[in-house]
Design a protein around this ligand. Structure first.
Ligand SMILES: *[C@@H]1O[C@H](CO)[C@@H](O)[C@H](O)[C@H]1NC(C)=O
Ligand SMILES: *[C@@H]1O[C@H](CO)[C@@H](O)[C@H](O)[C@H]1NC(C)=O
Ligand SMILES: *[C@@H]1O[C@H](CO)[C@@H](O)[C@H](O)[C@H]1NC(C)=O
Ligand SMILES: *[C@@H]1O[C@H](CO)[C@@H](O)[C@H](O)[C@H]1NC(C)=O
Ligand SMILES: *[C@@H]1O[C@H](CO)[C@@H](O)[C@H](O)[C@H]1NC(C)=O
Length: 391
């Protein structure tokens, strides 16, 4: 009997110990002075400071209501895992001058085990700013803030959040390891310039699952140093599609290695899946292990594209070929409709031909008819169905 009692006492102790460990301390911004229809920058900053200092897991809560928020930079490291649950709608200043040209409106940086979740919306109110965007032509253009900057996060999750009408990119990921986006909604009108959905750079193991992204620019784009990226069950459109690059424009670019895009749909986008690099620059780097599989295209203008002569606004002076080497790329089971006759263009560099490229079962039509495929400086392995190859 003694043994039995001590066993059950021990079990109870274990149960309580794990209960205490799993406990979360809440920090509600309304307890820090946040009120509906008013600015919550100070309240959120102070709630974050207390939560981040908590030695047990913490949760900052922004309940349902509409709030205003100025630029905010929430930093770790924190003492324990930390969550931010936003169920309200948070509005950025409409006037870009009020953000003083900061690169990002809402920043989360240097945190391990961070979660941002909730049914909330971050509304960048970008309409006024898009009209100012002339950065393609004007080097002294106004700097427009992105909605989110996630930088130097490890083992973190961004879930269920809506990002709307950012003035610039919606989400910028930099220096993160093991960051997962799940069930995100990212939207801006097709006419809004530079409103890329999620841009990833210098990060490893970034995953984007079960999300909807429709903007005026790239849906997802990978900058230099992106490694082991997975994009699964994402719907893109309108916008410019899923893009690796552009690369080769700036010095000291790191290789891009490992991208899987699977079970995705692209609807009414300018491009489907593409890799783009700049010619006329001395930048040497590489792109490898790119796998695109089980993708549905709906009225996409350039469904499959490798463009190593990417040069918008004729900014390239010296036209020598790109020095970015592309290897180990596969396009598998890609079907649907193209908005142009030319569904596949693999235009590789004449000095660095693409190697180990596979096209496997590509079934794309244009106005109900067969589409074409064009290759330069690469000899892809072909399996299954394929559009008609033209010179
Ligand atoms: C994230 O991981 C990197 C690499 O392991 C480490 O150097 C860094 O300190 C970590 N950051 C945080 C906030 O834990
Ligand atoms: C990645 O982060 C998630 C969320 O914190 C965690 O559950 C998972 O164990 C991490 N994976 C690795 C390989 O560290
Ligand atoms: C795919 O993503 C959608 C949301 O866009 C979600 O409703 C659906 O459950 C996801 N499918 C799987 C298998 O996770
Ligand atoms: C694949 O995508 C379709 C359409 O978005 C979705 O309904 C399905 O749940 C996805 N399956 C997986 C395994 O993600
Ligand atoms: C298909 O795409 C073209 C070019 O982007 C566009 O003009 C046209 O309206 C789209 N058609 C449909 C049915 O959405």
């Amino acid at each position: 009997m003694d043994t039995k009692l001590s066993i059950s006492a021990f079990t109870l102790f274990l149960f309580l110990a794990s209960y205490v460990r799993a406990e979360t301390k809440g920090f509600d911004v309304t307890k820090y002075g946040a009120k509906p229809n008013s600015d919550i920058t100070d309240a959120l900053t102070n709630a974050w400071k207390d939560a981040c200092g908590s030695t047990i897991p913490s949760k900052v809560m922004v309940p349902k209501a509409t709030y205003m928020l100025k630029q905010i930079d929430l930093k770790g490291p924190c003492k324990a895992p930390i969550k931010v649950q936003v169920d309200g709608k948070i509005l950025a200043p409409k006037n870009l001058k009020q953000l003083n040209g900061v690169d990002q409106w809402v920043k989360f940086r240097y945190i391990n085990f961070f979660t941002l979740s909730g049914e909330g919306t971050f509304d960048g109110q970008g309409e006024m700013a898009w009209k100012h965007n002339d950065c393609g032509k004007n080097k002294n253009c106004d700097r427009l803030s992105m909605n989110f900057g996630f930088a130097f996060l490890n083992n973190s999750i961004i879930q269920d959040i809506t990002s709307k009408d950012s003035k610039n990119f919606h989400v910028n990921v930099l220096g993160c390891n093991n960051l997962t986006f799940i069930n995100m909604n990212i939207n801006a009108p097709s006419t809004s310039l530079n409103t890329d959905g999620i841009h990833i750079g210098r990060s490893t193991q970034v995953k984007i699952y079960n999300s909807n992204i429709g903007t005026g620019d790239d849906c997802i784009s990978l900058g230099d140093g992106s490694k082991q990226i997975r994009v699964i069950n994402v719907t893109c459109g309108p916008g410019h599609g899923i893009s690796v690059g552009s690369l080769g424009r700036y010095p000291n670019e790191e290789p891009v290695e490992g991208l899987t895009v699977k079970n995705c749909t692209l609807k009414n986008t300018d491009n489907g899946v593409r890799i783009k690099t700049w010619p006329g620059t001395p930048i040497i780097s590489s792109v490898s292990k790119m796998h695109f599989e089980d993708i549905i295209m709906v009225n996409v203008s350039n469904p499959i594209l490798i463009d190593q002569q990417y040069c918008p606004w004729n900014q390239c002076t010296n036209q020598y070929p790109s020095k970015i080497k592309i290897t180990d790329v596969s396009f598998k089971n890609i079907r649907g409709t193209s908005a142009t006759q030319e569904a596949i263009v693999l235009d590789c560099s004449s000095s660095e031909p693409c190697e180990s490229v596979e096209l496997n079962d590509i079934d794309l039509t244009f106005n109900g008819a067969i589409t074409t495929a064009k290759f330069a400086n690469t000899k892809p392995t072909i399996k299954g169905k394929l559009p008609k190859i033209v010179a």
